[in-house]
Write a protein that binds this ligand. Structure first.
Ligand code: ATP
Ligand code: MG
Length: 559
């Protein structure tokens, strides 16, 4: 496994240098989500970079909602984002911040640009503006409104703000250079008219600033030293710098970019995630099959595993798709080390011990964890009637089948060796009971006659075990790059991404499980008590991940 790369990444080096050379006294970063969806694994990377760097250099990181697009934003998203950041284990500096709380200051700076003759109100329609803008290979043309007098611009801007004009009829633009090879510099828009209420500012505004006009200035207001974003903003950096250099801002922030993180077998665009939610293909933004942090949390991922994964993938200047197996490896590693063990039979088949008295109850003990003694022991009741996994029994099988076969022996995990003697079938020929002999004196010992069991299987007492619902989750998509072909990604949804089993049987001790507690169900995989639906009366466990990566083409990456 690779060692954490965070310590040596290019951002880390750059900040070390800024501090060493005295350009920066204290590091201030920010994580600036737009509250238009739930956070996903890509955001976790951005969070770990921004909060992680601040932490490593003794600085601070702000949480700032970039809420300049009121139509798509909501309070639900604002709350979920705060919960997710906290859950990952990070603390932002002071209160949560909102771009919208700077709207007045941003407007004042827009007025300033107009007064300086560096911004103008433009009446071109969207289509006209597009035609004037030129292309990557052709320069644009100046808008016919570019040379409006300052007084006229001020009057029109004031009236835009007062709601006198229709949406789309006018915009405020910066006067930079319509011939710039960088399209972002061709008189970019500062304000648009949008007659919509805002979740924070209500109906105070009917003009809203663009991302480009807002972002750098928000950084300046907050004293951000390193404004770290993803590579798609690289071409916006000259504009970021232009605003900072032309406005009387209180502080000089700098923008740096790194490559986005994406994982295979999923989609991470908020638009696509929203489509899955809105179309009912999943049960909500926190469906355990989604790569949202709320979904991963419900699936049983731990903050430690996600942080570790973000470290492992490194921080570079290129976008890449990381094999989801690496993420799965991170959670297996964490749960293998930390999750208590328990037994659960998912598809029960009754096993009757013919030579074991009906009214006897033995309380066997087993380690909660194979290597961590401090986690203590658990009590497992052993009785004449047990359940084993249906697939762990066969009437006939070759030597490769290391489980229970008619006429052969197997060890019951944490208990005795048994030998299958007979089966009982129903009218349709299905096996409904396996009758066995318990081999005496085999608790923790091999049989005295030297005939070894074929393997080990898990079990639960039929009379003392408890009913449970188990939700077997699998990857949501069958294709490694489901959205490679654009919006066709829905075609690759795995029809078996959720299989619900309602007749499972668990060790009675599992009734004490708290929601969100992780376990290894021996021989089955890692499971978590469902965050919302689990209770002692109605136990519900979600499969986080199997014990090992059975899909891996080579080697065993798993536990
Ligand atoms: P999406 O494309 O999923 O809608 P976004 O970039 O629009 O994402 P924002 O809410 O604007 O989402 O993102 C907040 C921060 O998270 C930004 O700084 C953005 O660069 C970063 N971010 C978003 N997606 C990723 C990703 N896949 N990898 C790394 N950082 C990301
Ligand atoms: Mg965005």
């Amino acid at each position: 496994m690779t060692e954490p790369t965070q310590a040596a990444n290019f951002l880390h080096k750059l900040i070390s240098k800024d501090l060493a050379e005295g350009r920066v006294a204290r590091v201030v970063t920010r994580f600036p989500p737009e509250p238009n969806g739930y956070l996903h694994i890509g955001h976790a990377k951005s969070i770990s970079v921004n909060f992680g760097l601040a932490e490593q250099f003794g600085g601070v990181c702000n949480l700032r909602f970039d809420d300049t697009n009121p139509e798509k934003e909501s309070q639900e998203y604002i709350e979920s984002i705060q919960n997710d950041v906290r859950w990952l284990g990070y603390t932002w500096d002071g209160e949560v911040r909102f771009a919208s709380s700077y709207f007045q200051q941003l407007f004042d700076w827009a007025v300033y640009l107009v007064e300086q003759g560096q911004a103008y109100v433009c009446d071109l329609s969207a289509d006209e503006a597009r035609a004037y803008r030129g292309t990557l290979t052709e320069p644009g043309r100046n808008s016919p409104y570019r040379d409006r007098a300052v007084a006229e611009n001020l009057d029109l801007l004031r009236r835009m703000k007062a709601g006198e004009f229709e949406e789309g009829s006018r915009v405020l633009r910066t006067k930079i250079d319509m011939a710039s090879p960088n399209m972002n510099m061709r008189d970019p828009i500062i304000y648009r008219i949008r007659k919509v209420s805002h979740h924070q500012t209500g109906d105070d505004w009917c003009i809203y600033p663009t991302y480009d006009f807002a972002h750098g200035q928000e950084d300046a207001i907050e004293g951000v030293t390193h404004s770290i974003c993803t590579l798609e903003f690289e071409d916006h950096r000259p504009l970021y710098d232009w605003y900072i250099e032309h406005l009387p801002v209180p502080h000089r922030p700098y923008q740096y970019e790194f490559g986005r993180l994406n994982t295979s077998y999923t989609v991470t665009s908020k638009r696509k995630l929203k489509q899955l939610v809105d179309d009912g293909r999943v049960a909500g933004w926190d469906d355990p099959r989604l790569p949202t942090l709320a979904g991963m949390r419900r699936l049983g991922y731990t903050p430690a595993a996600i942080r570790r994964f973000c470290d492992m993938v490194g921080t570079t200047r290129s976008d890449g798709v990381v094999d989801v197996a690496m993420l799965e490896h991170a959670i297996r590693d964490d749960l293998n080390a930390n999750a208590p063990r328990a037994m659960c039979v998912i598809e029960p088949l009754k096993l009757v011990l013919l030579n074991y008295p009906e009214d006897t109850l033995e309380q066997l003990t087993a380690a909660a964890h194979p290597t961590r003694e401090e986690m203590g022991e658990r009590c497992i009741p052993f009785t004449r009637e047990l359940y084993i996994e249906r697939e762990d029994f066969r009437e006939q099988a070759n030597k490769k089948f290391k489980r229970l076969v008619l006429g052969k022996r197997v060890r019951l995990r944490n208990a005795y060796v048994v030998k299958a003697e007979a089966v009982v079938k129903d009218d349709s020929g299905e096996i409904i009971e396996v009758h066995c002999q318990l081999i005496e004196a085999t608790l923790g010992k091999d049989p005295a006659d030297g005939v070894k069991p074929r393997g080990v299987i898990h079990w639960v007492s039929a009379t003392r075990g408890k009913r449970a619902e188990v939700r077997l989750y699998d990857r949501l998509f069958t294709h490694a790059a489901p959205d490679k072909g654009g919006d066709n990604f829905m075609a690759y949804i795995n029809p078996d991404s959720l299989v619900v089993k309602v007749d499972c049987v668990i060790e009675p001790g599992l009734l004490d499980a708290l929601p969100e507690q992780n376990f290894q169900f021996e021989r089955q995989g890692y499971f978590v008590a469902d965050r919302y639906d689990h209770s002692a009366e109605h136990p519900v466990f979600n499969r986080t991940i199997g014990l090992r990566d059975t899909r891996a083409k080579s080697g065993n990456q798993g536990a």
